[in-house]
Write a protein that binds this ligand. Structure first.
Ligand code: HEM
Length: 339
């Protein structure tokens, strides 16, 4: 007698609900957005640290008569123009990201608007980059260019987190993972990280790596601003120690503990790089590493804030699927009906 196939074991709700609510494409593009935005900080750093900031002395053209670099502009022209070209890589990723969530924009407005924000950062940075060239690398404009990149990285971190959210977390009106005592500490980590970065770009503006040998400096006392730059770092070490004590003593959620451990490790590594580059008189490799460290630390801080303080995704439709390919109207509206 032919055997009747045994019924497939019912998948426990908890297991199926751990599945991310987006397609692999959407999740990959979100990660690519984050990685590309960190990457362009480092290549921008290479422009500054090789004194190629005016390798293309005009913007949006490279030279008064050429859109692209010319042999006369030499290696500096190639480096500066190469960095300009990377904008198109960033733009391609950002457009693909928006397109991948386009049809699900009413079900997942969070993913849609975060993707749009990452895309909007590109023309904003192109214009600030242009003003940087027009002002002959004014250190305050160069600093603003760096800080806007940090803001885009923070947006990309939220985008990655939202893209990887499981269906169950989308559906649950969860309280923030950080308890009442921890919340102000998480905010302190966010604010102190921002202050550290802002003071960092001011130190750079007073230092030797101007991006071009003739570029103006902010004329502040480098040693003094470096000392000021380090004050919020010590406060951060204290804040993260308090946060770690609270989460481990109270057995807080694993995701929150992990985000704080990652932040602590990145903070300490960045502080070691900072001191080493300072005492070795700013070798360009370490300065580039410090720029990478600042980007990764900004991402880690944004992750702590997101993990500790986020609640249910505002406006998201419970159970909504984001396929990344052409999502049928029925799929999205069916999800909307369930919500
Ligand atoms: C641990 C957290 C830290 C963060 C997030 C951080 C962040 C930054 C940032 C964003 C910049 C500007 C980069 C740029 O404009 O391209 C910078 C520059 C700088 N930082 Fe830090 N920093 C940290 C720790 C330190 C420490 C502990 C020192 C020790 C002295 C230090 C020394 C410097 C120096 C000397 C510069 C100027 C480099 C230059 O002239 O190009 N930093 N930092």
């Amino acid at each position: 007698m032919p055997k009747t196939p045994a019924p497939a074991p019912a998948t426990p709700n908890t297991e199926s609900s751990l599945v991310p609510a987006t397609s692999r494409l959407v999740r990959s593009l979100a990660v690519a957005t984050l990685v590309a935005n960190i990457g362009i900080v480092v290549t921008g750093g290479a422009v500054r640290l090789t004194a190629s900031g005016l390798g293309c002395p005009e913007w949006p053209l490279c030279t008064p008569d050429s859109l692209i670099t010319t042999p006369e502009m030499g290696v500096h022209g190639i480096i500066e123009f190469g960095n300009r070209l990377l904008t198109f890589v960033l733009a391609a990723i950002a457009f693909a990201m928006v397109a991948s969530v386009w049809k699900a924009r009413s079900a997942r407005p969070d993913l849609f608007w975060l993707s749009v924000a990452a895309l909007a950062g590109i023309p904003a940075q192109a214009v600030i980059g242009g003003i940087t060239v027009w002002t002959g690398l004014n250190p305050w404009v160069v600093g603003l260019h760096f800080i806007v990149s940090m803001a885009i990285i923070a947006v990309a971190v939220v985008l990655v987190n939202r893209a990887w959210l499981s269906r169950s977390r989308l559906d649950t009106a969860a309280a923030p993972l950080a308890g009442r005592t921890l919340r102000p500490v998480v905010w302190a980590i966010a604010v102190l990280s921002a202050i550290t970065v802002i003071l960092g770009v001011i130190v750079t503006g007073s230092g030797p790596h101007a991006g071009d040998h003739g570029a103006a400096r902010n004329n502040l006392d480098s040693d003094l601003v470096t000392r000021l730059h380090v004050v919020p770092v010590y406060l951060l070490v204290f804040a993260v120690a308090v946060a770690l004590y609270l989460v481990f003593r109270r057995g807080a959620d694993r995701r929150l503990r992990l985000s704080l451990v990652i932040f602590a490790v990145v903070l300490l590594a960045q502080a070691v790089i900072g001191y080493t580059q300072h005492f070795l008189h700013l070798p360009i490799v370490l300065v580039a590493l410090h720029m990478l460290g600042a980007s990764v630390m900004t991402a880690a801080a944004a992750h702590v804030v997101y993990t500790g303080l986020s609640r249910k995704v505002p406006g998201a439709v419970a159970g909504a699927a984001v396929s990344g390919g052409p999502v049928s109207g029925a799929e999205v509206s069916g999800a909307a009906a369930r919500g």
